[in-house]
Design a protein around this ligand. Structure first.
Ligand code: ADE
Length: 253
């Protein structure tokens, strides 16, 4: 899968992309990340990418020309050829606190694309014509405001990349993740069986996989019930699950 990032701060990206699982995914050709410096597409002497807002007020606004040109160039479009057709296959995503709030379902949806473009906003905002006539989607990573879209872009790349085949060492690695099954994930333990007097649950050492699966499912339900009850309303629960939740509710009252 190909990620194309458009940013005024390209230097932010390598340190994360050259680490651990993402680094390996790039080396194995499973993903490719191209980082484009928007400033390279500003043609005046000072490579100006921002300007004061019409109507006054504080802050600076990202200018439309370099952003359009950078994205059109990556898509192989002529200037003035509008990108929306190409964009129906290649989403052009603006990272902004005004976007739809990113979650695991959106990560899954994006992982089905061959290629996605990520536009990182900076300054106080971007010229509205970029939003109206260039981007096809807007994503926020949460209800708080960062200084720019670079960290959100890296978060999105990370969450999407680990869903792609072969990126994680364990092929079932992403299946039991918190949120992947609509529940928080069950607790994990590893050696030693007893640490400072705290024992790992006997069931996990029992070798009885039916019992282990049941325990994990119940633990996932229990965690979700206590920490994120809102998730239980939206997820598919079996009859057994519902009975277990009813029992939890009775214990609470
Ligand atoms: N840019 C600034 N804040 C952001 C957020 N919360 N999500 C995505 N992009 C942003």
């Amino acid at each position: 899968m190909q990620f194309e990032v458009f940013t005024l701060l390209p230097e932010v990206f390598p340190s994360y992309l050259e680490t651990s699982i993402i680094k390996r995914a790039i080396e194995r050709g499973l993903i490719n990340v191209r980082v484009h410096n928007i400033r390279d597409y500003a043609h005046d002497k000072h490579h100006t990418t921002d300007d004061t807002p019409y109507g006054g007020g504080g802050g600076m606004v990202m200018k439309p020309e370099p952003v359009f040109e950078a994205i059109e160039s990556a898509l192989g479009l002529e200037a003035d050829q509008t990108p929306p057709e190409a964009a129906s296959v290649v989403p052009i995503i603006l990272l902004t606190p005004q976007g739809r709030v990113f979650n695991q379902a959106i990560a899954q949806e994006l992982s089905r694309h061959e290629r996605i473009l990520l536009l990182c906003g900076r300054y106080e905002g971007i010229d509205e014509r970029i939003r109206e006539h260039l981007v096809t989607d807007e994503i926020s990573i949460g209800d708080y405001v960062l200084t720019g879209g670079e960290l959100p872009a890296l978060i999105l790349i990370d969450a999407v990349a680990r869903l792609l085949p072969d990126v994680l060492g364990d092929p079932t690695g992403a299946q039991d993740d918190s949120h992947a099954m609509g529940l928080l994930e069950y607790p994990h333990y590893t050696r030693p069986p007893e640490f400072r007097g705290w024992k790992a649950p006997d069931v996990l050492l029992s070798g009885d996989h039916k019992k282990i699966d049941k325990w994990r499912r119940e633990q996932a339900l229990l965690r979700t019930f206590h920490k994120r009850p809102d998730m239980l309303e939206k997820t598919d629960l079996s009859k057994e699950d519902k009975k277990f939740i009813e029992r939890l509710k009775n214990v609470e009252h």
